[in-house]
Design a protein around this ligand. Structure first.
Ligand SMILES: [Zn+2]
Length: 251
């Protein structure tokens, strides 16, 4: 591992209000505990997915329809962000704010470690989740009140396999302040060895309809204030049939 400076390990700027930048030594960063899931986290994911107006994606037709209407965008694959080759092409999609988060995370990780992160899972359909349940006893439900948040497209998994202890510590250091700020929820999974991350719309809200509505006094460097190029201004605020939104939970 190369030398690190204190600024190298700074968390994203939104985090700086929560955790002092460079307040941890490298040794302390390595000792950060796993970000385990909890009932409280699941309840929060439930409430926030509902508040974000997200629906479960039922099947491939439903998925294609939402991709066509840009409710879902491609995972921003790049030299710093790869996708598990086993993941079907049409499952390499996520919500626009999740894509923004992925690009930010991958860029910061690349700057630090000069290697790519790998997305191991992104959007899933109810039909596909039922298949996963049949082959993987650890998969969350596809139907009912408690289901996998992957069904909304807001959640992605980052593979842990091949990550060094330094990388895992860095990930926890980078993710924890964003979770504390309510922009994401993280569950480290050990059977499937991944960081399972649900990203909320507040991470990168769709641009307001008029530029005159932009906040004049807010800090400009927070990820939540970053302008979106891809999200439609109005239509992405909610999916269709918002009245039928059901609670969304799980892994
Ligand atoms: Zn997951």
């Amino acid at each position: 591992m190369r030398e690190q400076t204190e600024t190298d390990i700074s968390p994203p700027s939104a985090a700086k209000a929560v955790v002092k930048p460079a307040s941890l030594s490298r040794k302390q960063m390595l000792q950060l505990p796993p970000m385990r899931g909890s009932l409280e986290s699941l309840e929060r994911q439930n409430e926030k997915a509902e508040a974000d107006g997200l629906e479960r994606i039922e099947d491939e037709d439903d998925l294609s329809d939402r991709i066509a209407r840009k409710f879902l965008v491609a995972v921003p694959a790049s030299a710093s962000l790869t996708v598990n080759p086993d993941l079907a092409e049409h499952h390499r999609y996520c919500r626009p704010w999740t894509a923004r988060f992925l690009a930010d995370l991958a860029r910061a990780h690349e700057a630090q470690f000069h290697s790519p992160l790998e997305v191991s899972s992104a959007v899933r359909t109810v039909a596909y989740q039922k298949h996963l349940m049949a082959v993987n006893g650890n998969a969350a439900a596809a139907e009912g009140d408690i289901v996998s948040p992957h069904l909304t497209g807001a959640t992605i998994d980052i593979a842990k396999g091949g990550m060094s202890r330094q990388e895992i510590g860095w990930m926890r250091y980078w993710l924890t302040p964003l979770q504390s700020a309510g922009k994401i929820d993280v569950e480290e999974e050990f059977q499937q060895a991944c960081f399972h991350i649900t990203v909320y719309k507040s991470y990168a809200p769709p641009k307001p309809p008029s530029s005159t509505l932009r906040a004049k006094n807010g800090p400009k460097s927070q990820p939540g204030n970053v302008q979106q190029k891809t999200a439609p201004s109005k239509s992405s605020h909610t999916d269709r049939d918002v009245a039928s939104v059901v609670p969304v939970l799980g892994r």
